[in-house]
Design a protein around this ligand. Structure first.
Ligand code: ZN
Length: 630
């Protein structure tokens, strides 16, 4: 644990700036009792009532702002409405701090002492995607406690006792890492806990549920709790269940520990609510499309999500960058080590997807080809370091961004993955196959087995742990990869893994399935664009042929060489242009404006693949193979 660098929160009281003291590691002298009514799924309004004992007239109430796993100040304060505060039945006026709109100051009339408060408000869950990602439907709901409470300033979250109650629509079931005291009718009372555990234990609830035991052999229970739009979407074949069970076994072999008493995957298969992946110590929020089970063969792209979020129980929740750890939810976070937190988790997520059988080897190689080829072309590398992209959650709150390949965006995930492949294969090469990044993972994450107390780390700790596995100048290698600007994509790990990146005129099955899921055509490596099945452009590569022709995301290709747009027509035109050396004529529409343009591109279709290089040991094959033992 490291509390260095905690900022004082500057707030204004009565119009003049004042300091809100940093939270202290001391017991809150009271208790928070929370009652949440989530039964109104028609209006998507959640009613919250709170009783807060142990406060005073000077207390400040906070709405959570800096959210773990989001790595940024994404607390949706705009959804808090209808706020009413009282004490012993007497209304208490409140004033929102103009310099920190997440802080509420009490403005009691009279001089009577205040020792407890009743707080009520309505949480407005988004009603349509144009406002924000939808998290509630008539059939299922995602409930994050950070949206459903105010808490007292001045204390570490883990030192604030909480009791929570939840009311759901009639007939619904829920899943959570929270432990229940019991359910009466549709109201559940959870066992008393602390604010940190509550906030880290969200709820998935719904009408249609299936539950699977993923660790039937014993040890800490791991459950797969699945919610869907319709009951038929919950059917999981035995061989697919076996792969999820293998995920648990392979992760425990890799990390040599667990940092949960029990673990619950909260898995929604839905086209009604928005996709999501969010890690917690003892659970994860995982939402994908409704066909994840019923259309297994076409939805492989979804299947590194659970390995990724499960890995976070070790990498991110138990072990966390020192500058990212915060004592409560209104102290700013710093994201400098997200290329470890997210980058290595992305690496292990893909490796575990392969080792468990959730992916076959070819799917894992095809995914790696997509990642490597993206960085092979990404123009933004010319001006911006990977390190600088770790600021992206704070810069734009995970919103979509335009010209992503030029701006760069959260590259600490996938470029981080390539860097850890580089490190893994380098350890394997230098140790002649005797050691690997598996040994690092075991050493770094297996300590304090069973503990949920966060253990923080710095860049130097990572380098030291790597050197204990294999002596090398890891600090220089990592700094060059992470901080360098204008460097080629980090593809050494692929080469050392025994593969090279090649391009052919046919997409991999894995790419075709992704295109099918997103209803789009990925032509990044030919004309330099991604196009929806309706012709709408979603991405254009800065400087490539489509860019030169004036194409821009959101414009729509209406016609190709004089005929109405279809994906097949465009790919045929690209192939024909290679032979004819004639430009591809397009009609574009932006709103009500039509425009004629042409793309001068003559190299034909190009799609990325990995090709085995027999002159180098197949280290990548070894990495992707399931383990019998470490
Ligand atoms: Zn993650």
């Amino acid at each position: 644990m490291n509390s260095a660098g905690l900022a004082l929160l500057i707030v204004s009281v009565g119009g003049s700036a004042a300091l809100l003291a940093a939270p202290l590691d001391r017991a809150f002298p009271g208790k928070l009792t929370l009652s949440v009514d989530a039964s109104d799924t028609q209006h998507r309004v959640v009613h919250v009532e709170e009783h807060i004992a142990g406060v005073s007239r000077a207390s400040v109430l906070l709405f959570p702002k800096w959210l773990p796993g989001n790595h940024s100040h994404t607390g949706p304060i705009e959804r808090l409405t209808g706020l009413r505060i009282s004490s012993h039945g007497v209304p208490v006026n409140w004033q929102r701090d103009p310099l920190d709109v997440y802080a509420f100051h009490l403005q009691p009339t009279g001089t009577a002492a205040i020792t407890e408060l009743d707080v009520a408000f309505d949480y407005l869950s988004p009603t349509e995607p144009a406002i924000d990602p939808v998290e509630m439907s008539p059939d299922l709901a995602v409930l994050d406690w950070n949206e459903l409470l105010l808490y007292p300033a001045g204390f570490y979250a883990r030192r604030i006792p909480v009791s929570a109650h939840l009311t759901l629509p009639a007939g619904w079931q829920y899943a959570s890492a929270l432990e229940s005291e019991g359910t009466h009718e549709d109201r559940t009372q959870f066992k008393a806990t602390d604010l940190e555990t509550l906030m880290d234990s969200p709820i998935y609830a719904g009408r249609h549920v299936a539950r699977f035991d993923l660790n039937p052999g014993g040890g800490a229970p791991v459950k797969l709790n699945v919610f869907a739009d319709r009951p038929g979407q919950l059917v999981l074949k035995d061989e697919h269940l076996a792969a999820y069970r293998a995920l648990v076994q392979q992760a425990q072999l890799l990390y040599g520990s667990h940092h949960y008493e029990h673990y619950d995957f909260l898995y929604a298969l839905s086209d009604q609510i928005h996709g999501k992946g969010l890690e917690h110590h003892q659970s994860s929020e995982d939402t994908v499309g409704s066909g994840a089970f019923s259309d297994w063969d076409k939805t492989a792209w979804y299947r590194d999500l659970l390995p990724h979020e499960y890995t976070h129980s070790w990498n991110g929740k138990f072990r966390r960058p020192a500058d990212l750890w915060t004592p409560n939810y209104n102290v700013p976070m710093q994201d400098s080590l997200l290329w470890v937190y997210e980058g290595q988790t992305e690496y292990w997520g893909d490796v575990l997807a392969a080792r468990s059988g959730l992916w076959n080897k070819q799917q894992a190689l095809d995914q790696l080809a997509l990642v490597a080829s993206y960085y092979d072309l990404q123009p933004g590398r010319q001006w911006r370091s990977l390190q600088d992209t770790t600021n992206d959650p704070i810069i734009n709150h995970h919103r979509p961004t335009s010209w992503e390949n030029w701006s760069r965006y959260k590259d600490y995930y996938d470029e981080g993955l390539l860097i850890w492949l580089d490190v893994d294969t380098l350890i394997r090469e230098r140790s002649q196959g005797r050691r690997s990044l598996d040994d690092f993972a075991h050493a770094f994450f297996s300590i304090h087995d069973g503990s949920r107390t966060v253990l923080t780390y710095t860049f130097e700790d990572v380098v030291r742990a790597l050197n204990q596995i294999e002596v090398y100048d890891w600090a220089s290698l990592l700094r060059t990869r992470v901080e360098g600007v204008g460097q080629p994509a980090p593809l050494d790990g692929l080469k050392r893994g025994g593969y090279q990146l090649v391009y052919t005129d046919k997409p991999s099955d894995f790419q075709k399935d992704i295109e099918g899921l997103h209803k789009q055509l990925n032509l990044l490596h030919s004309i330099g664009a991604v196009i929806g099945d309706d012709g709408a452009l979603s991405e254009v590569v800065w400087g490539k042929s489509a860019f030169q022709a004036g194409l821009v995301a959101s414009a729509q290709i209406v016609a190709v060489n004089g005929q109405a747009y279809s994906p097949e027509l465009l790919t045929e035109a690209i192939t024909a242009a290679k032979a004819s050396h004639q430009p591809i004529a397009l009609i574009l529409r932006s709103g009500s404006v039509y425009r004629i343009t042409s793309i001068e591109y003559y190299e034909g279709l190009r799609y990325p693949h990995l090709e085995r290089d027999p002159s180098v040991p197949a280290r990548l094959d070894d990495i992707l193979k399931s383990r019998e033992r470490l």
